[in-house]
Design a protein around this ligand. Structure first.
Ligand code: 5GP
Length: 188
């Protein structure tokens, strides 16, 4: 397996992206998940250093000034997300290819910077209606949060055409097989 390959996985919140990412990580041990940093507060069940590195806005901004990110975005107004250089180094030292969950702007930026090393995958929900149902079922987001995420989903879908691969997540088993096959053939 070639090291230092980067797989970017994007898609609206509620598209099933996280469960597909977790499936890949369970099946393919030569791939490591890059834990992003964020200035948002943890949801219940989320743990620092596992789901995200949770930073205060000030801490996040200091790291921007110190040039500690390979990329970062203000994904929601006033809320930052980014991938730390130290995180990429940690996974490189373990000789792992890197899987990163990113918003569409971050994902396309990485592809532009490192086109040959990067595979971009967009996870598409079957429809916006289905997405809203999933977000409501998850119930970890407030109504306001849900409408912000639906709004963002509309915008994100417009960028999907620039991705190397689009996977429609209407059938979980089929989506799992597709994502695993694509990643294995890109990294081996
Ligand atoms: P949440 O976890 O709050 O539901 O949403 C996270 C959003 O931020 C998703 O669109 C996710 O892909 C994006 N995101 C997570 N980590 C990063 C990162 O390191 N960089 C960028 N640009 N976006 C990220």
């Amino acid at each position: 397996m070639k090291s230092e390959r980067i797989i970017v996985c994007s898609g609206p919140s509620g598209s099933g992206k996280s469960s597909l990412v977790n499936f890949v990580l369970k099946k393919e041990k030569k791939i490591g998940f890059a834990i992003s940093a964020t200035s948002r507060l943890p949801r219940k069940n989320e743990k620092n250093g596992i789901d995200y590195y949770f930073l205060s806005l000030n801490e996040f901004k200091k790291k921007i000034i110190n040039n500690e990110f390979i990329e970062y975005e203000e994904v929601y107004s006033g809320i930052y997300y980014g991938t730390l250089k130290s995180e990429v180094k940690r996974l490189n030292n373990l000789n792992l290819s890197i899987l990163i969950d990113m918003d569409v702007k971050g994902g396309l930026n990485i592809k532009k910077k490192l086109p040959d090393k990067t595979l971009t995958i967009f996870i598409k929900p079957p429809s916006i209606n289905e997405l809203e149902k999933r977000l409501r079922r998850r119930m970890t987001n407030s109504d306001d949060d849900i409408s912000i995420r639906i709004d963002k989903a509309h915008k994100e879908m417009l960028y999907s055409k620039y991705y190397d691969i689009i996977i429609e997540n209407d059938n979980l088993e089929k989506a799992q097989k597709t994502i695993l096959d694509k990643i294995i053939s890109f990294t081996k």
